[in-house]
Write a protein that binds this ligand. Structure first.
Ligand SMILES: [Fe+2]
Length: 346
């Protein structure tokens, strides 16, 4: 007995990749009508001088797509926690146009958020480790290789594929509700450790721009259960950074809990791999589905390398269960910091 009150999620959000790989009913193909509507909205936004910095939902109304968008949002919010949307052409549009389209579609699901101290609104996921060789300064999404599954810092995480790697690089998703229930069945005492949480450390550059101490002032629960909902905010790399900086030392039970969580959340039976082809957009409920990627071999030329745009959305209507209650304020501070830096550099 652990004394911990657990919440066992049930229903569609508890899935195994092995089962979902049998069907593709988590894929939505945009109709010709929808693609025409996207084209019209793009041209109208361009004619009115709308930019990525100024675009609001009304600038990209997507009137004829409302039923499709509602179905995608419902699947992300209350279904399996993700959807793959296909059909957008990356050949028809420039990278800037694709960015506008992507931001416009995203604005129907939530509010786009800056992604780092650079204030970048759309992250470019691409291996540029040759240009940023210092791994301590380099962002994770500017590195190559496989990634273990993890959460980002948003309500809905989205990626739009622009180019595939030479080989490999499948996007990997896992239901954290399934991982939670496996831990509940096999090692509830270690799951209780996850509910209690860990101290975490953010990158110094992000902390400085956000105007806060990099080390969290308290333990941050990896799982939060409230109002009939179970959310996961486990920040593995942030815990690891605190260990490496000498801020914390894990006790054996904490080390075991992390090891089991990592093993389950990367287990091939639980993970679902999908290769994102150019134009494919993935929308993921960040609090219940973790993401990572398989190993890949890339091209040496930068303009041929695997490249995805990343969008972080905040959904104001969703309950704020994040133990880092100030995380949105932090992101807005990043944007202010980046603008100040840009002005100073002029
Ligand atoms: Fe990520």
């Amino acid at each position: 007995m652990t004394g911990q009150q657990f919440f066992r999620p049930t229903g569609k959000s508890v899935w195994r990749g092995k089962d979902l790989a049998q069907s593709k009913d988590w894929t939505v193909s945009l109709s010709a009508l929808a693609l025409d509507e996207i084209e019209r909205d793009l041209r109208r936004a361009q004619a009115r001088g709308v930019t990525l910095d100024t675009m609001k939902r009304d600038d990209f109304p997507l009137t004829a797509l409302q039923d499709e968008l509602k179905a995608i949002f419902a699947e992300v919010k209350e279904g399996r926690g993700f959807a793959l949307v296909k059909g957008l052409s990356t050949e028809r549009y420039s990278e800037d146009e694709l960015a506008l389209i992507y931001w416009g579609i995203g604005s129907h699901f939530g509010v786009g958020m800056p992604q780092s101290f650079l204030g970048d609104r759309l992250g470019h996921i691409r291996d540029v480790s040759d240009e940023e060789p210092d791994p301590l300064r380099r962002r994770g999404y500017h590195s190559g290789g496989a990634q273990t599954t993890h959460a980002d810092s948003c309500d809905i995480l989205s990626m739009l594929s622009l180019r595939q790697a030479k080989s490999g690089g499948a996007s990997r998703l896992v239901s954290i509700h399934a991982v939670h229930n496996m831990m509940l069945d096999t090692c509830p005492e270690l799951l209780a450790v996850m509910y209690r949480g860990f101290f975490t450390r953010m990158p110094d550059s992000d902390a400085e721009a956000a105007g806060r101490n990099p080390l969290s002032g308290e333990r941050r629960p990896s799982f939060v259960a409230r109002d009939g909902e179970l959310a996961c905010f486990h920040g593995g790399p942030y815990i690891q950074r605190a260990i490496e900086a000498g801020d914390i030392v894990l006790n054996p039970e904490e080390a075991a809990a992390l090891a089991v969580f990592t093993a389950y959340s990367n287990h091939p039976d639980l993970c679902l791999d999908m290769l994102l082809k150019p134009g494919d957009m993935q929308f993921v409920k960040n609090r219940t589905v973790f993401h990572g990627r398989a190993h890949f071999d890339d091209y040496p030329e930068k303009d041929r390398r695997r490249h995805l745009l990343r969008l972080w959305l905040s959904v104001p209507s969703w309950p704020n269960l994040d133990p880092r209650k100030d995380s949105e304020v932090e992101k807005l501070n990043w944007e202010k910091f980046a603008k100040k830096q840009a002005v100073a550099a002029e």
